[in-house]
Design a protein around this ligand. Structure first.
Ligand SMILES: Nc1ncnc2c1ncn2[C@@H]1O[C@H](COP(=O)(O)OP(=O)(O)OP(=O)(O)O)[C@@H](O)[C@H]1O
Ligand SMILES: [Mg+2]
Length: 333
């Protein structure tokens, strides 16, 4: 892979986690587009069986198969794959035991379902195994097939367990193919080729989960990536005005005069409008103050931070490319 002088040169597997609903799927998709820009090939992997990737790219549900899903800016391709643990298990059995047919029979008997449900560690290693296989895969020319793989991962609360496959599988198998497989997977996940990124909002709960998640990751020896502050709203007023408003010192009388002078309202109307506006200003000021506090907390994690704007019209395809452009500008990809 050519060097682009970005913050994550050398990283081939970008894992994206975060509190539920903070924008993991959105950021993973935008990151994949950004990484593919300029003629590269990137695989975007989803593991939760929710078809979030298909939805975000406005496509029908994805089969268990790598499919080209988008063209990146300046050429480049994003492929997508929705990993299905059952299919991954059949593939695995064929690879290690040459027993695809037997695997089908086991599926019919409900044993595959049983194994993937009863042993979540096994299920996880199948899914991460499929992902790391795509990272390592080489073409006939001896070069890696994908320049990068982006994984839309489970939320913060589950991600360390999900990625810490060796530990989870240790209870299932100490020797043999499952153990070897999990060691191989773990080798990729814990290498400098992997980075685990966190998506957060500037709110108390997601920030706390991010800090906890980073600590858990460090303890497990997994490589941390950056923090994506998502849905960031720009501050509308100067800091001095915000500071005064938080303390309850916003001058309604002055605003009333201002509205009258500008011919926007008069009489009692002007007062009512000014009071309503003042309430909004105080609310905005309070939220901004909280956001500053959350930023300070996040700074303690001492990892690179990136900001993505709140898109007023939600995330359509154009919005996704906008976020991808922002990701590139900030030197992520
Ligand atoms: N920057 C943004 N601006 C506006 N809306 C956004 C932004 N990022 C995400 N959203 C919206 O927020 C919602 C949640 O985003 P997304 O599905 O990516 O989150 P998630 O973390 O993957 O959720 P889940 O935990 O359910 O998988 C979606 O409706 C998405 O369109
Ligand atoms: Mg999601």
């Amino acid at each position: 892979m050519d060097s682009r002088d970005t913050d994550w040169d050398g990283v081939r597997l970008h894992v994206v986690t975060g509190k539920g609903g903070t924008g993991k799927t959105t950021v993973a998709a935008a990151l994949a587009l950004a990484l593919a820009a300029g003629g590269r090939k990137v695989l975007l992997v989803e593991v939760e069986g929710r078809q979030g990737i298909a939805q975000i790219f406005d496509r029908p549900p994805l089969p268990y198969e790598e499919r080209r899903i988008a063209v990146a800016p300046d050429g480049g391709d994003v492929y997508a794959l929705a990993v299905d643990p059952e299919e991954a298990m059949l593939e695995y059995m064929e690879m290690f035991y040459g027993m695809r047919t037997a695997g089908r029979a086991l599926t019919k008997m409900g044993i595959v379902d049983f194994a993937t449900t009863v042993a979540p560690g096994f299920r996880d290693v199948l899914v991460t195994g499929k992902t790391t296989e795509a990272v390592r895969r080489k073409g006939k020319n001896g070069r890696r097939v994908y320049d990068a793989v982006v994984l839309d991962a489970p939320p913060t609360g589950r991600v360390a367990r999900f990625l810490n496959v060796t530990k989870e599988v240790a209870g299932l198998a100490r020797v043999g193919p499952i153990k070897n497989h999990s060691d191989l997977v773990s080798g990729v996940l814990k290498s400098p080729e992997t980075a685990v990124h966190f998506v957060t909002l500037l709110e108390e709960m997601p920030v706390q989960e991010t800090l906890d998640g980073i600590a858990e990751l460090r303890a497990a020896g997994l490589p941390q990536g950056g923090i994506f502050l998502n849905m960031v709203r720009e501050s509308l007023l100067p800091q001095a005005v915000l500071d005064t408003a938080v303390k309850g010192g916003f001058d309604v009388a002055e605003l009333t005069l201002g509205l009258k002078a500008a011919g926007l309202a008069d009489g009692d109307d002007a007062t009512k409008i000014a009071e309503a506006l003042a309430e909004e200003v105080v609310e905005h000021a309070r939220r901004t103050a909280i956001e500053r506090g959350e930023r300070a907390s996040l700074a303690e994690a001492a990892v690179p931070q990136y900001e993505l704007p709140l898109l007023a019209d939600g995330v359509d395809l154009a919005g996704l490319y906008e976020l991808a452009a922002s990701i590139r500008t900030q030197g992520v990809a």
